[in-house]
Write a protein that binds this ligand. Structure first.
Ligand SMILES: Cc1cc2nc3c(=O)[nH]c(=O)nc-3n(C[C@H](O)[C@H](O)[C@H](O)COP(=O)(O)OP(=O)(O)OC[C@H]3O[C@@H](n4cnc5c(N)ncnc54)[C@H](O)[C@@H]3O)c2cc1C
Ligand code: SF4
Length: 500
């Protein structure tokens, strides 16, 4: 086997950006990925293929807290979930890094502050070619560098709605977007972006912004169809010696001085738990017994405002509202964020609500203005990933819903006042896994966290976990930019320490 400095497991945003940074600084990397490349093909933009046939989703079955099997809707492919993401690239707010009182508890402080990540947020935005303008957003964190590109402009119907929100005293702002729209590239701002892979490679995701530049260094090998079964420990259980991989049916042991686990929150914690051994009976990196615990995924509700007018918008995901993020005069606890969804199509509605007649779904989609509310869920140790034999069990009880319910009510009222008298809502919490995080939390105390503030495992110092797992709290914005920023920070730390 070739010699590598680091083996990275998983090629989503955490793994890909780590591999890119390390390889650009001279390290030799092997990336181990269970999936394959998502082909660029006509079906990429087909509602039938993507939403009904679920062509690109993994055939996986986890158990819920009642032991009932469910399809978690995971994506196992090069680039991970970002091949399908909505490309909304938000920074956490400064206060998200501190203890933050909620109506039903405290969102815990991170072991780092916004200032620690700020320069890496700048870099991550450049890597992902983010378009944006957050000046109207009163909660926007301070920034040293401007957005790499100006905002993707709202189409007239969305802009009219934004104006009506402003008349109500709200401050809608441009959604920060990682698409290669002009002048950056040839993105055509099509209707099939949020939830779809990009047929023309213009979505800035972990493959195009992480894996491709990493491979271009010539120092990175990518092994696809390679499922990491478990990590193997040294006799004293203080180091990882190898990862055991099922590579297309052949079991291989791959070794390197350093390992980075980046399989996303559920699969990373499952890998660590599966790797339990005599020296680490609770699993790898789990002396604190936190691995798998504190699962978070955001409290989420979709809203569709209906009016008699047809909504002819093509690219709809251009606005966010953060006025209620930290609360308001009537409810002084955090409520969260509203952001637009990509334009829903009739088939996307019937795929999710099978009893909805197709003609009605089409009509609703034609007249609807589509939003999603994201609120923070709190890290409960009993919301957790465990293993039942080989199967993943995900036990989740919703929490901290008060702020979320208030957020949805406020948005409903705002939409009604903006000319959308009927507002339909649908809770997305049941089995939604897109924003999963928190299961291998970082912290300052090895007794209550699995990772140090650079994502290094306290128990096995040659192991890093760099993906959505490290979040101590979920905040109420989309996670990908924060994962990328921390990946850059952790990679720089690896270069300055282990690989110096
Ligand atoms: C439909 C959708 C829309 C979203 N929209 C947004 C958005 O607009 N903005 C945003 O910020 N976030 C969004 N997210 C969330 C975002 O995509 C994730 O938070 C982010 O991709 C997580 O990065 P990660 O590196 O932790 O994991 P992933 O991106 O999921 O990557 C994990 C990788 O590890 C691989 N893997 C897993 N297990 C193993 C194993 N045992 N062995 C080998 N490989 C393994 C997987 O195949 C995958 O490639 C969205 C998610 C979804 C599903
Ligand atoms: S909007 Fe742009 S980036 Fe998104 S799928 Fe369409 S062409 Fe690709």
């Amino acid at each position: 086997m070739k010699e590598y400095d680091v083996i990275v497991i998983g090629s989503g945003v955490g793994g890909a950006i780590t591999a890119r940074r390390l390889s650009e600084k001279g390290a030799r990397i092997l990336v181990v990925e269970r999936g394959d490349f998502v082909p660029r093909e006509t079906e990429n933009w087909s509602v039938r293929s993507v939403f009904f046939e679920k062509k690109y989703k993994a055939r996986d079955a986890w158990l819920d807290r009642h032991g009932k099997s469910f399809d978690p809707g995971m994506f196992y492919n090069v680039g991970g979930s970002t091949k399908f993401y909505g490309a909304a690239m938000f920074r956490l707010r400064e206060r998200d890094f501190e203890d933050l009182a909620h109506r039903r508890g405290v969102s815990p402080a991170w072991p780092i502050r916004y200032a620690d990540l700020a320069p890496y947020y700048d870099e991550a935005e450049r890597m992902f070619g983010v378009h944006g303008d957050d000046r109207p957003d009163k909660t926007a964190p301070s920034r040293q560098a401007p957005f790499p590109y100006g905002p993707v402009k709202s189409e007239p119907i969305v802009e009219r709605m934004a104006q009506r929100f402003r008349e109500q005293g709200l401050s809608p702002s441009a959604l920060p977007l990682a698409v290669n729209a002009a002048p950056a590239g040839t993105c055509i701002l099509c209707p099939t972006c949020d939830g779809f892979p990009c047929k023309i490679g213009q979505k800035n995701d972990a493959e195009t912004c992480g894996v491709e530049p990493a491979l271009a260094t010539g120092r990175v090998d990518l092994m696809t169809h390679a499922f990491a079964r478990r990590l193997l420990l040294s006799r004293d259980a203080k180091r990882i010696t190898a990862v055991e991989v099922d590579h297309g049916g052949t079991i291989k042991r791959l070794s390197a001085p350093l390992f980075v686990v980046s399989c996303n929150a559920v699969n990373s914690s499952a890998l660590l738990l599966r790797s339990a051994d005599t020296g680490a009976v609770n699993g790898v990196a789990n002396g604190s017994d936190v691995v798998g615990r504190h699962y978070m995924v955001h409290n989420q509700t979709a809203l569709m405002g209906l009016s008699h007018r047809v909504n002819s918008t093509v690219f709809q995901k251009t606005l966010a509202i953060n006025d209620w993020y930290f609360g308001d005069d009537a409810f002084r606890w955090p409520m969260g964020q509203m952001q637009m969804l990509g334009k829903l199509q009739g088939g996307m509605l019937t795929a999710n609500v099978p009893y909805l007649p197709a003609f009605l779904a089409d009509r609703m989609a034609r007249h609807g203005m589509d939003w999603i509310g994201l609120s923070e869920d709190l890290p409960d140790p009993d919301n957790r990933v465990t293993l039942e034999g080989d199967r993943i069990k995900l036990s989740v009880t919703l929490n901290n819903m008060d702020g979320h319910i208030k957020l949805v009510r406020r948005m409903k009222r705002a939409l009604q006042q903006a000319g959308y008298p009927i507002v339909i809502t649908k809770s997305l919490v049941a089995h939604a896994t897109g924003h999963q995080c928190g299961t291998v939390r970082m912290g300052n105390d090895p007794g209550t966290s699995a990772l140090d503030p650079f994502c290094r495992a306290w128990d096995q110092q040659n192991l890093f976990v760099i993906d959505a797992s490290f979040f101590p709290s979920s905040a109420a914005v989309n996670p990908a930019l924060t994962i990328a920023a921390q990946a850059l920070r952790a990679a720089d730390h690896i270069m300055a320490t282990d690989l110096a």
